[in-house]
Design a protein around this ligand. Sequence first.
Ligand code: NAD
Length: 335
Amino acid sequence: AAADDRVPAEVRERHARLCQELDDHSYRYYMGRPIVSDAEYDTLMRELGEIEERHPPLVTQDSPTQKVGAPISVDFSPVEHLERMQSLDNAFSSEEFDAWVHRVEAEAPIDAYLCEPKIDGLAVDLVYENGRLARAATRGDGRVGEDITLNVRTVADVPERLDGSSRPAPELLEVRGEVFLPGEEFEKLNSRLADEGKTPFANPRNGAAGSLRQKDPRVTATRPLHMLVHGVGAHTGVEFTHQSHVYDLLREWGLPVSDRYRVLTTREAVRDYIEYYTEHRHEPAYEIDGVVIKVDDVSLQRRLGSTSRAPRWAIAYKYPPEEVTTRLVDIRVNV
Ligand code: NAD
């Protein structure tokens, strides 16, 4: 409390206000009804981060800077993830990206980065026990998510069994991925909903989240959802040396891995990758809101560790928002 007293009252008030606003926006966002753009949200978050950097006593466990997304709905049973699901820290400019590289390289001898598009979908957690899909959940607050096993089972890209390779599936494997609606499928779904007199989705991310979080899995089954996986959580019976090694094995077991990832050994090559997707943002069939850059070596990932909210060994380079006009909903929305 003594340290807290040294924070000027107006700063404390602004801090409290920002926390409340961000929590409120986050709630609306994860309920599929955001009232501000992602860029506006990110700006408020950044202001909060800057205040906390100047006044460390204001950093508490339940500050939006320290926690991961979403409230969980009573429509689903809560499930505890075997290993925490995290968010990602952001870089919004090449200066911020360079600062991140500088920080990680000061701590660990990084020889390669794995770069991949950042899919703007819904994070899912899949648990495979002896190669069989045992459970699927949303990210929730990172510790506890919603049980959406029956819904996820209707997604064709999600294998029921890990096989198809000479390598036996491990005893236990928690896989992290993103469920999404490809742009074309999103448009088709929206026109179908409009024909049926139902409310269309504001953007593909909402469409994916809304489709996957249906009370009735038969509805989810009619939605053209896809999935790509981009990481693992808890695992026994297998060891991974590199992020790219993780992807090789996941692919061998029949899980869908992006073919757009690259392992790059120089900062210049990473910058070119970022630049490429800045210019070719619409090349993937799914929406991307940036690219993710990860330290490839798993032992260095461990050495760098993570905060309560995000790993230190990865960063999301976020692209500026685009304003688009959807053909079906006659309003301008920011995605
Ligand atoms: P995030 O979307 O910035 O990034 C973290 C997530 O990216 C991970 O959980 C993962 O599921 C996903 N991801 C996609 N592709 C990936 C890949 N290739 N590798 C690793 N992870 C990948 O963070 P978040 O915590 O999910 O959400 C925060 C963001 O959501 C904000 O920055 C903002 O853009 C948006 N948001 C908006 C509002 C609003 O009101 N508009 C409110 C809350 C949050």
